[in-house]
Design a binder for this molecule. Structure first.
Ligand code: NDP
Length: 260
């Protein structure tokens, strides 16, 4: 029997066990997927070794990068990992968030220039994803510290953004709106940016954030982070089980999220 887990802090709300266990069951795998609440990042390596594979969520994705013996190219470029395999006494690190994002925006056409709001781990994964497609990117953030670590990308503070600049897609990677009514940046700035854009994407899922509501008012085609969550799960599953049943796994995971 194989054992998998999602490790994070907090972890109680994670949907990953529900998604993975339904796929494991439907694809008749002798395996189980659990939640692991870790508080101390120095214990991550020891805990990972208890499982055949794990997903890593907030706040340990950067620590997952550090403890890995082998890093996939995407992990090296992004600087964080959300999927680890433990085999032959070694930890192998992958990042399926970035492919998850690309799959999620599959139906956004003709995207040539993207504005990413926020400069944390998710912003880096999304910027890497867009870079692999040769899409022009600007990353904007409310404060300087994180921007200074993003030397590979064009970056600026919200205060220095040109409100009339055209972007095909605007992505909110901040947690503004997750537990409050905040927008990631000023409403006037966003209104101007939305006037010239076609698509808006929010990595938050399961609720209409103020960012999404405003984008809707400007008739943008919008999408939340649910498909990204689903697709990162599908690709993690394929790594865990060393298989390729993409459509079947996606359907099983999608169904799991619809179950009461
Ligand atoms: P980080 O902590 O690495 O980065 C957070 C970023 O958000 C920073 O740039 C921070 O700015 C900014 N920020 C936080 N609060 C506010 C606010 N109130 N107003 C403006 N900016 C703010 O987080 P992650 O990148 O790891 O995660 C971000 C979100 O992405 C989380 O909500 C997470 O759940 C979600 N996510 C969704 C996924 C999916 O599959 N749908 C996958 C992965 C993550 P500053 O630098 O100034 O502090």
């Amino acid at each position: 029997m194989k054992f998998f887990a999602v490790i994070g802090d907090p972890i109680v709300h994670s949907k990953s066990p529900r998604m993975h266990n339904n796929a494991l069951q439907i694809l008749r795998q002798n395996a189980v997927y659990v939640k692991y609440h870790l508080k101390d990042k120095t214990k991550l390596r020891d805990i990972v070794k208890l499982f055949d594979g794990v997903n890593i969520t907030i706040p340990f994705k950067e620590e997952a990068f550090k403890i890995a013996d082998f890093k996939d190219d995407s992990v090296t470029c992004i600087g964080s990992a959300n999927t680890l395999l433990y085999k032959h006494n070694q930890i192998y690190a992958y990042n399926t968030d970035y492919i998850g994002f690309l799959k999620a925006i599959d139906d956004f056409y003709n995207v040539k220039k993207v504005l990413i709001l926020g400069a944390g781990g998710t912003a880096k994964a999304i910027a890497y994803a867009l870079k692999t497609k040769n899409i022009q990117i600007l990353i904007a953030n409310r404060s300087k510290a994180r921007l200074e670590l993003l030397s590979d990308y064009q970056c600026c503070l919200y205060d220095d953004l040109n409100p009339n600049e055209h972007f095909d897609l605007i992505v909110n990677t901040t947690s503004a709106g997750l537990n409050n009514m905040d927008l990631p940046c000023s409403k006037d700035l966003l209104k101007n940016l939305f006037l010239n854009a076609s698509y808006a994407f929010d990595v938050i899922y399961g609720k209409q954030t103020p960012f999404m509501k405003l984008a809707k008012q400007y008739n943008l085609q919008i999408k939340d982070g649910l498909q990204m969550l689903l697709w990162q799960g599908v690709f993690a599953y394929e790594l865990f089980l060393d298989c390729k049943n993409t459509e079947e796994i996606f359907k099983a995971m999608e169904l799991a999220l619809k179950l009461p």
